[in-house]
Structure formats: structure tokens, C-alpha cells
Design a binder for this molecule. Structure first.
Ligand code: ZN
Ligand code: FE
Length: 240
């Protein structure tokens, strides 16, 4: 049985530990910094076997070197980013199944935010780690890719089973909700979702995970019918 631990890093990043509850072996997704991860690992007697990176940005790989040195973990990342993911060991590519110990994830290459961005789909657990590509009620800024790449990448997620849990790289949900509301004011599902988000934030809880069913109904970027409307929204959001 795999348990997900949500660990806050830096200002508003989330790092996630996927812990095999029996062996206590674990993977960490996107350690933006080492310190909070080490604290959790030491308190819970976990073996950090793998470090999985969705992309090369500092706030997602900042803890790589220190964690690898301390726990002798293997670093897994996109083949095309082998020169910019610090200390990468295992190179993965689109559609590949990465498997080790009891961990098994399908790799989705989802360019747009960066050219080498990937998502890790733990299909047995119905959980996907989307980094800075899909956020709850938003999507990442297009830095290296094109709007078309980002649009196609987001559409890949829509093909997953709607009960899939979405674990993204940042706590941006509340701010994202303002943009969705402004552009989709009649959406009752969105209003309901925002109510739930506010409750969580009020109680000091993460708004993550979200669930794909909610995102498809409420996330304005997933609702975009075509590339043109997606591009327009993405440009508007950049200046929102
Ligand atoms: Zn990023
Ligand atoms: Fe980020």
C-alpha cells in the first residue's frame, strides 16, 4: 500500500513522498529543497530510494544533490534533460513504464512549461504528479514550448480516468480560482469547488490533491475547446 505525504517546500511548492507502507521505501517527487524532506524522513524512518523530477527548474530539483548524497537515492528524470537535472541517474522517456521495487509509473512527456517536462502516472494508485504543467484550476506558464504543445499536453491528462488524483507542484489554487471565476462566472461546479478550497485553506490544509473530474469541470484551461481559445486564456492569465 502506497501512502502519499505532502511536504511543503520553499514558498509555495509541494513535494510529495510516495511511501510503501510495508517496506518504508519511498520516492520523492520534486524536492525543491532538502531540509523539510530530511526532517520527515528522519522522523518516520523512511528509506529514500528514488528522487523523481518533473522538470529542471530550481524549485523542483533544489534538493537533489543533498538528498542523493545523504541517502544514496537514484534520480529519475527525462532523457532530454540529462544535462540540466542535477545528478540524474535514470533516464526516462515518453510512454515508458518506469518500475522499481513496488513503484510503477507511466511517463508522460508534457512539453510547454519546459521542453523536457514530464508527469509521473502511478496508474495502479490512480495518482498523477503533474509538476508545473497542470495545476488545480490552472496550468503552468509557457516558458520554453509553444501554446500548442501546452494545449496538447493538457489534453493528455483529460484522457485519464476521471477519478485520478492530481498532485501538482505548487499551491496556486486560490489565485487560479479567481481567474477561472472571472472567465466562467456561471459555473456552479466551480463555485462548489471554490467553497471547498476556501474551507481547506481556512483550516491550514493543502488544496491538493485535486481530482480529474473536478478539473475537467472547473479548470478553464482544460475546458478550452480549441487551441485558439486556450492561447487567448493563457495570454490573459499571464497578465492577470
Ligand atoms: Zn517550473
Ligand atoms: Fe515550479
Amino acid at each position: 500500500n502506497m501512502k502519499i505525504e505532502i511536504i511543503k517546500c520553499l514558498k509555495d511548492n509541494y513535494s510529495y513522498l510516495i511511501v510503501d507502507e510495508i517496506s518504508k521505501n519511498a520516492c520523492v517527487i520534486d524536492p525543491g529543497e532538502a531540509k523539510p524532506i530530511i526532517k520527515f524522513i528522519e522522523n518516520n524512518k523512511i528509506n529514500l530510494k528514488f528522487i523523481l523530477n518533473t522538470h529542471h527548474h530550481y524549485d523542483h530539483v533544489g534538493g537533489n544533490v543533498e538528498l542523493k548524497k545523504k541517502y544514496n537515492s537514484s534520480i529519475v528524470g527525462f532523457k532530454g534533460d540529462k544535462d540540466r537535472i542535477p545528478e540524474i541517474d535514470v533516464l526516462v522517456q515518453d510512454n515508458q513504464i518506469w518500475k522499481s521495487e513496488n513503484f510503477e509509473a507511466k511517463i508522460f512527456h508534457v512539453p510547454g512549461h519546459t521542453s523536457g517536462h514530464i508527469a509521473f502516472h502511478f496508474f495502479k494508485e490512480k495518482k498523477i504528479f503533474t509538476g508545473d504543467t497542470l495545476f488545480s484550476l490552472g496550468c503552468g506558464r509557457v516558458f520554453e514550448g509553444t501554446h500548442e504543445q501546452m494545449f496538447n499536453s493538457l489534453n493528455k491528462f483529460k484522457k485519464l480516468s476521471f477519478d485520478t488524483e492530481i498532485y501538482c507542484g505548487h499551491e496556486y489554487t486560490m489565485h487560479n480560482s479567481y481567474f477561472c471565476s472571472a472567465n466562467d462566472p456561471q459555473n456552479l461546479d466551480l463555485k462548489k469547488k471554490i467553497f471547498q478550497i476556501k474551507e481547506k485553506i481556512k483550516n491550514g490544509l493543502p488544496t491538493i490533491p485535486s481530482i480529474l473530474a473536478d478539473e475537467v469541470k472547473c479548470n478553464i484551461f482544460l475546458k478550452a475547446k480549441d487551441l485558439k481559445s486556450f492561447s487567448k486564456l493563457r495570454d490573459l492569465k499571464d497578465n492577470f
